[in-house]
Design a protein around this ligand. Structure first.
Ligand SMILES: *[C@@H]1O[C@H](CO)[C@@H](O)[C@H](O)[C@H]1NC(C)=O
Ligand SMILES: *[C@@H]1O[C@H](CO)[C@@H](O)[C@H](O)[C@H]1NC(C)=O
Ligand SMILES: [Zn+2]
Length: 477
């Protein structure tokens, strides 16, 4: 009894902690990656992304164990697919804060945009500090705090902050969320330090500076007046686990479908009610999510089966006039816009995600049997805002970011961004919400160095400013 208990503990920790190494595969075409992308035993980050390279090939990023690398190297021995371990400088990654720098919600966070350009933040916020930071903003600036209805599998209570448009919740038009994927370190920090900047600049009558990008006090006021709702920690159980194990943990920690190693947890970003039951809606040759609990993209036991998903969705009811939504992820250097299930088309309105005639046909990129309908004015609107955002991020310090349709070369189901946009058609009376996924950089790096962590704050915060300003100019109502 004792022996098997110990043995199972050992097994559990080896399975969970098998080291994942960043690699990339190269091939002459995206089609060469189709088999590997469909195999849900591999980890491609938030979504598989194959990008053209300068030498005329395509590059696909992945995080693999040594065993998987050995297996694939053999499998692709006499093919045109090559596997390359990323030469990551093994410098120290940014530390996680110990204790509480905000002294139990009494000292406000101060962002980088209101401080001298040589100032840096010295560690990543731990789970308690994220809540303490929000409590301090409530105490010192009087921002709103809304407790969400469901508690997580490990019993965490969830909350959103809201700021800028007073107590009338129908005056809030911008919604940000972060850390749905636990390992994407620094995502909550990006949003918390930005909100803190807005509040401090508003209070002192100043503007904001992020590297080479500056914003006036009038722009700060304008962004605040749009009404901002922020959900800084969508996956508290996963983040607590990742911060204590450094295991590149992605999913939540629900053990309903599996209780050891990688079988624990649901990918919350495949659990939303948008084409969730992918086996029915997509062509059988595509794998936008996984039914296997041990997969990194396990979709859960039902659409919105997870408390984190239900809480995320509840925000749309509480703040019924949200128009623009951004989900903050890493680590690619992209801003993704809808749709993510197939290529966009603006001509055939009946070819859409609700039309059962297309069940089993969705998801192949490059074919004409199905493409997802988007009204052309909506496409113009989301692209306008997307371009403004990446231009701002590029201007900060020169890192590269691109704006691309979320489907890229492979489809996704059940994700926050498409769910947000789909509500207008699938939920009666729902406001139209333009959904984005920001993948801050640098590419392949879930655990940034301290310098990268600080650059991420500058880049994203300028991105949040221009995203908000462009959204305001396109329209909030
Ligand atoms: C998926 O990859 C694993 C190795 O990680 C391999 O054992 C398995 O056969 C592959 N499955 C398919 C369907 O290709
Ligand atoms: C911004 O500053 C004004 C003037 O001091 C103040 O009345 C308002 O409450 C501030 N807004 C926020 C969101 O703190
Ligand atoms: Zn992600």
């Amino acid at each position: 009894m004792k022996y098997s208990f110990v043995a199972s503990l050992v097994l559990q920790s080896t399975a969970a902690l098998a080291e994942l190494l960043p690699v990339h595969l190269k091939a002459p075409s995206p089609a060469h990656f189709r088999d590997i992308v469909r195999n849900d035993t591999f980890d491609f980050g938030c979504r598989p992304v194959a990008k053209p390279t300068e030498d005329g090939l395509y590059r696909l990023h992945a995080w693999l164990t040594e065993d998987q690398i050995t297996h694939l190297t053999k499998e692709y021995e006499s093919s045109e697919v090559t596997i390359h371990k990323q030469k990551v400088k093994r410098v120290a990654t940014a530390p996680i804060g110990t204790g509480d720098r905000f002294s139990s919600g009494t000292i406000s966070p101060v962002g980088l945009g209101t401080q001298s350009s040589t100032t840096t933040i010295s560690s990543i916020l731990n789970v308690n500090e994220i809540k303490s930071a929000v409590n301090a903003l409530v105490k010192n600036y009087g921002i709103g705090l809304q407790t969400l209805p469901y508690t997580t599998f490990n019993g965490a209570s969830q909350y959103v902050g809201y700021v800028g448009a007073g107590t009338d919740k129908s005056k809030y038009h911008l919604y940000f969320s972060a850390a749905i994927h636990a390992r994407e370190r620094g995502a909550p920090d990006n949003i918390i330090y930005w909100i803190s900047d807005l509040l401090a600049a508003n209070k002192s009558g100043s503007g904001l500076t992020y590297g080479k990008k500056t914003y006036t006090n009038a722009q700060v006021n304008s962004v605040l007046s749009a009404g901002i709702v922020f959900f800084p920690l969508v996956n508290p159980d996963g983040v607590a686990y990742d911060q204590s194990s450094s295991s590149l943990w992605r999913k939540n920690r629900n053990t309903k479908s599996g209780s050891s190693g990688s079988s624990v947890g649901v990918d919350i970003n495949r659990n939303f009610d948008f084409l969730w039951n992918f086996k029915k809606y997509f062509v059988s040759s595509e794998a936008p999510a996984s039914t296997s609990p041990s997969s990194e993209i396990f979709y859960g036991t039902a659409a919105a089966s997870e408390p984190e998903t239900k809480n995320h969705v509840s925000v749309y009811s509480t703040f019924p006039k949200i128009r623009w939504f951004m989900d903050i992820h890493s680590a690619v250097g992209d801003l993704l816009y809808s749709w993510g299930d197939d290529e966009d088309q603006t001509t055939t309105s009946t070819m859409n995600f609700l039309n059962t005639a297309y069940d089993g046909k969705r998801g192949t990129v490059g074919d004409s049997s199905y493409k997802e309908y988007i009204p052309s004015q909506d496409l113009t609107n989301i692209r306008t805002v997307s371009t403004a955002t990446v231009n701002a991020m590029k201007a900060v310090g020169g890192r590269s970011y691109s704006s691309v349709q979320a489907v890229g070369l492979y489809p996704t189901s059940g994700a926050t961004d498409d769910y947000a946009f789909s509500r207008f058609w699938s939920v009666s009376g729902a406001n139209k919400v333009y959904g984005y996924t920001l993948e801050f950089g640098p590419s392949g790096n879930f655990y940034p160095t301290l310098a990268e962590f600080n650059t991420n704050i500058l880049d994203t915060n300028a991105g949040f400013m221009d995203w908000s300003l462009a959204a305001i100019s396109v329209g909030l109502e």
